[in-house]
Each structure stands twice: as structure tokens, then as C-alpha cells.
Design a protein around this ligand. Structure first.
Ligand code: AMP
Ligand code: MN
Ligand code: MN
Ligand code: MN
Length: 281
């Protein structure tokens, strides 16, 4: 019997709905055998999640999802098997979180210009455990009746060109990969199909990512289509990168996919866990 790996998930330390312990319980109920918690720019949930996983007999992987700016675009780099105490990683994430506060103020100012008042305080009410991000604004805008659901609120207010979007400089790709690899972890390019890069830029990105020490890309993720599983399996093969999979679960109503329901990686993929002890149990 093969194990079920879910190597991308969020708790309320970032923009998920469940606490780290609840998230682990949710994974256990959905038959996940190996879970990575990968909160955005914050490792504050790992300790509690790891001990809950131990209690429930689940294998747990320390993870993070780092926000990066590459060629004026935002990318996400997942770090797996990281050491959250590694000083460059720890301080690097701290500086990203500080930047998130400035960005949130900028987002609120943009919303204020179109007549939406109080969004900064409103968003922070949903961000009590860790980082502040766009989902917290989305939840405020939905709950105050300004938009009907998360999907429409992003489209109307929170994406590039819209009033609540604030241009922000995240970490460099090089720093993010170095922090992860320097801490003993594995750097994984998250959901490459979401960046709308075009083939040339995707080739440039994968080339640069691999040269910097990146080891894997997400092939099967909640935000890829079936055709994209095949497409990114080919990219992984072309660059000799390993393949990862994860639901990117955020909680009911926010997630792209439920946990434990991902299809298997295409057969031409080398799983990122192929030489991990977790794969042997
Ligand atoms: P941030 O890091 O603050 O820019 O927030 C990014 C997060 O917002 C992503 O990780 C998703 O959880 C969420 N997100 C982005 N786009 C959408 C969308 N169109 N609908 C729902 N959630 C989204
Ligand atoms: Mn998110
Ligand atoms: Mn992401
Ligand atoms: Mn994610």
C-alpha cells in the first residue's frame, strides 16, 4: 500500500482556517500519512502541529511557503524539512512578516479610496495568530457584506490593478532558496501553473531555480488541472527536478482541494520523498 503524502497545507498561523492542531486532526481524518504544514512566511505552527501529529501517529514534515518577487511577479517557494531555528531563515521570515504589515496598510489605503473604511482593523481581526495577508481582507469584505464570496472579492478588489492591490517587494528567489537549503531543507517551486509565465519565462525560472539549489516542483497540487499535472511532470523531467504534491488546503470554503484526495504523481516523476525515511514506513 502506498502512503498518502500532502506536502502543502495552511493553518491559521497564515491564511488557513484551522489551528495547527486542528489541521493535523483534519489530515488524519482524511487518511493523510505524511503531512507538511507550509504556512506563508511563518513557522509558528510547526511545534504544536508536530506534537499533535506524534499523538495521532501521523508523520510530520516541517515546512514553510515563502513569498518571493521574481521579475516583478510573485512566486511561492515551499521549503520542506526546514529547520525553523536556522538564523537566516528565521530572520528572513521575520523581515517578510514586517513587510506584510506595511503592505496591509497600503491595501487598506487603496480600499479607503473606493469608499471602504476600516478594512485594516477589520482584516487584523481575522489575523490574530500570525501573518496578515489578502485572505484576511477578503474575509472582512465578505463578512461585512461588500462582496458575496472569496472568489469575487479577489477578482474585484485584491488582484493586480484593483483598488486593494498593493505592489510589494517580497524576498528574492536566491534568498528564499538559500534560507531553505541552508537550514537543511528542500526547496520546492509551488504551483508553477498559477504564475501565467509563458514557456520562455518558465524555462528561465526553472533554470535559475535549479542553479540556485532548488530541488523540486509541485506537479500535483490543488490548483493545477489534470493537463497541468502532465505539463509540469514534463518540465520536472526536462530539468531533472523532483516532483512534489500537496492539496494547498486552507479550510472549508477557502481551499482549492480537500485533503487526501490528490491523484498520484504521473509515473515519469521522481517523488521529492523518494529518498526520505518517511517513505519507508
Ligand atoms: P498573500 O500572500 O497575502 O498575497 O495571499 C495569497 C493567498 O491568497 C494565497 O495563498 C491564497 O490562499 C489566496 N488567494 C489568492 N488568490 C485567490 C483567489 N483568487 N481566490 C481565493 N484565494 C486566493
Ligand atoms: Mn494562502
Ligand atoms: Mn501559494
Ligand atoms: Mn499555499
Amino acid at each position: 500500500m502506498s502512503l498518502i503524502f500532502d506536502l502543502h497545507s495552511h493553518s491559521n498561523i497564515s491564511d488557513g482556517l484551522l489551528s495547527p492542531a486542528e489541521l493535523v486532526e483534519h489530515a488524519a481524518i482524511h487518511n493523510v500519512d505524511v503531512l507538511a504544514l507550509t504556512d506563508h512566511d511563518d513557522t509558528g505552527g510547526l511545534e504544536v502541529a508536530a506534537s499533535e501529529a506524534k499523538r495521532l501517529g501521523l508523520q510530520f514534515i516541517n515546512g514553510v511557503e515563502i513569498s518571493v518577487t521574481w521579475k516583478k511577479r510573485t512566486l511561492h517557494i515551499v521549503g520542506l524539512k526546514i529547520d525553523p531555528q536556522h538564523p537566516p531563515l528565521k530572520f528572513g521570515l521575520e523581515s517578510i512578516r514586517a513587510g506584510r504589515h506595511i503592505r496591509a496598510a497600503g491595501m487598506a489605503a487603496g480600499l479607503e479610496k473606493v469608499g471602504i473604511k476600516g478594512s485594516l482593523e477589520g482584516a487584523y481581526q481575522y489575523a490574530t495568530e500570525g501573518i496578515i495577508g489578502r485572505i484576511h481582507f477578503a474575509r472582512f469584505l465578505v463578512d461585512s457584506g461588500i462582496s458575496k464570496d472569496t472568489k469575487s472579492v479577489f477578482k474585484k478588489y485584491l488582484v493586480k490593478g484593483k483598488p486593494g492591490y498593493f505592489e510589494h517587494q517580497w524576498a528574492s528567489l536566491e534568498d528564499a532558496v538559500n534560507w531553505i537549503v541552508g537550514s537543511g531543507g528542500v526547496a520546492v517551486l509551488a504551483h508553477p501553473g498559477r504564475y501565467d509565465l509563458g514557456r520562455i519565462n518558465m524555462l528561465l525560472l526553472l533554470n535559475e531555480f535549479r542553479a540556485l539549489g532548488g530541488a523540486a516542483i509541485e506537479v500535483v497540487t490543488g490548483s493545477h488541472t489534470g493537463a497541468q499535472y502532465v505539463e509540469y511532470a514534463k518540465y520536472a523531467q526536462l530539468f531533472g527536478l523532483k516532483s512534489s504534491q500537496g492539496s494547498d488546503y486552507h479550510g472549508k470554503g477557502l481551499s482549492f482541494m480537500e485533503m487526501g484526495r490528490l491523484p498520484m504523481l504521473p509515473s515519469n516523476c521522481v517523488p521529492v520523498w523518494h529518498d526520505w525515511p518517511e517513505a519507508l514506513l
